[in-house]
Design a protein around this ligand. Structure first.
Ligand SMILES: [Zn+2]
Length: 81
C-alpha cells in the first residue's frame, strides 16, 4: 500500500463548501438540495419533499381526479332496483 489511503478530510471540506443543503423530508429521507432551490421553495411557500413523497402525492391526486370524473359507481346508475 502506498499513499493512496483514505483521506476523508478533503472530501468533507469540499462538501461543506458547496451550496448543497441537507433537508429532512417528512418521511425522514434526507434531501440534498441546492441552497438556491431551497430558498426558492421557501419563497414560494412550497413544501420540500423527496421524490418518493412527490410520487405518492401525485398518484393520490391522480386517483382523486379519476374518482371525481369517473366514479367507480357510475356503472351502477340506472340499476334495476
Ligand atoms: Zn419523503
Amino acid at each position: 500500500m502506498e499513499g493512496h489511503g483514505k483521506r476523508g478530510n478533503g472530501f468533507f471540506s469540499e462538501y461543506s463548501r458547496s451550496t448543497m443543503r441537507k433537508i429532512y423530508c417528512d418521511c425522514g429521507r434526507i434531501l440534498d438540495l441546492d441552497s438556491g432551490y431551497f430558498a426558492l421553495k421557501q419563497a414560494l411557500r412550497k413544501k420540500v419533499e423527496c421524490p418518493f413523497c412527490r410520487n405518492v402525492r401525485i398518484s393520490l391526486e391522480i386517483q382523486e381526479l379519476n374518482d371525481h370524473f369517473d366514479p367507480p359507481s357510475a356503472e351502477g346508475e340506472g340499476a334495476p332496483f
